[in-house]
Design a protein around this ligand. Sequence first.
Ligand code: FAD
Ligand code: NAD
Length: 474
Amino acid sequence: MKKYDVVVIGAGPGGYLSAIRCAQLGFSTACVDGELSANGKPTLGGVCLNKGCIPSKALLDSSHHYAFIKNQAAEHGINVSGIRLDIHKMISRKERLVQKLTRGIAGLFKKNGVEWLQGQGQLLEGNQVQVTPDGKHPPDTYQVSAKHIIIATGSAPTKLPVAAIDQNRIVDSTGALAFTEVPKRLGIIGAGVIGLELGSVWSRMGAEVVILEALDEFLAPVDRDIAVAAAKLFEKQGLDIQLGARVTGTGLNNHEVSVAYEQAGEKQKLAFDKLVVAVGRSPNVAGLGAEAVGLALSRRGAIEVDNYCATNLPDVYAIGDVVRGPMLAHKAAEEGIMVAERLAGQDRALNLELVPWVIYTWPEIAWVGKTETELQAAGAKYKTGLFPMAASGRAQAAGDTDGMMKMISAADTDQLLGVHILAPNASELVAEAVLAMEFDGSAEDIARTIHAHPTLSEAMHEAALATDQRALHI
Ligand code: FAD
Ligand code: NAD
């Protein structure tokens, strides 16, 4: 039986980066992964590269260019005629990008000396892992042993019994990233991150999109000022978001999928060409053998870990979507790197309070830290600064003036508590706030930092000034 210092199970952004970092630190490292690409070939990169972050951003960018040419180019004096959408080309561009990036990970594994053990991994007693290569029969399974095991098996779409996925009429996010034509009527269950991002993609390309959300509140985890403003913008863009809509059943025929739901006590029914189910994701523990080895799971099926991602079993760690905390690629990656560095004796920790969130609509939504609602619930004393993007010279030059920058700092110390952004490129702008908060910065620190002109980041500067009622451009 082959022995390694570290065996990582799962090669998503948590697992592959953890494996690379372990190898960099001198550990003999193998990474077991059973993911197959759409054409059935073994692939690395997990959900993020194969059917998550990267393909969704490719389609978001492509559809954003299309929407810009259709709706905004003329305002810039650019008259374009004969615009034609080539959906096949758009989808194959996305697929080429996925191939390029996933092959890149195979290259990084080779360069760093990480051994890729293709197949499903199962935990066995005594720090052993059984590997079953895909498409092979049990005689081909083999065992490896490791001083340390890092579980990074990620998550899968949460199932909704009343809307079973057939990947034809009723699809999950993977299916919705691969439509070969624009559905005329697209229904989405769940107005969360995936519902809004994929709803935006297909709505920009001409689909009539209705999103059915069970909660009465839109984007409950998001700061209210941002969520309310975003809801208005998304409605204007053509997303029909129905709140308080509880789906009770679906029906299929050759032409359409019907959806029955209840809203404010009334029974409602709608028909769509395609229906996307996007009601959250659940940790991937099936087939891992958790129960047999006594690995502790939480009530929602996540692997229980402490602040350093240690499980209840000695020398077994778990990171990323399969454990508590936000299901985000950068959180998974940082946990994986932290575990590798701690195995090497480094003093590493991670502050999960400062994980930035981004929703890649347009404008984008991004935030870090606490919302006003959370601070009020905690009885905290705070002050806020708000700056509308319409007052930004750079936003006006771009013709993209929707949104706002909102900063919250402690009433007494001025320490930054939360930064909430609805703006073009909010995904990039939020990095300044994360860094400032990582260093326990204050609004005054941002107010005294020189921001290049003209940039959207000046809105961050103005929001910081606004916490002290001294914004200059409003
Ligand atoms: P995963 O990426 O889920 O990888 C786990 C890997 O383990 C997979 O390859 C799986 O096949 C493999 N595996 C599972 N069980 C076993 C086993 N027993 N043996 C061997 N291998 C196994 N996050 C962001 O931060 N930004 C985004 O823009 C973003 N966009 C997204 C868009 C969509 C449509 C979706 C669905 C998700 C998106 N996410 C995004 C979330 C992000 O993809 C996840 O948070 C991230 O991939 C989690 O990484 P991970 O390493 O924990 O697991
Ligand atoms: P989500 O948790 O963001 O949203 C799910 C939504 O569905 C919620 O608003 C919830 O109230 C609603 N819902 C749940 N059950 C419902 C039901 N029966 N009927 C109607 N609505 C219902 O989940 P998601 O959009 O599926 O995304 C899953 C996760 O993937 C995200 O939470 C995030 O962690 C990750 N992700 C991140 C990004 C990003 O970082 N930009 C993009 C996509 C996905």
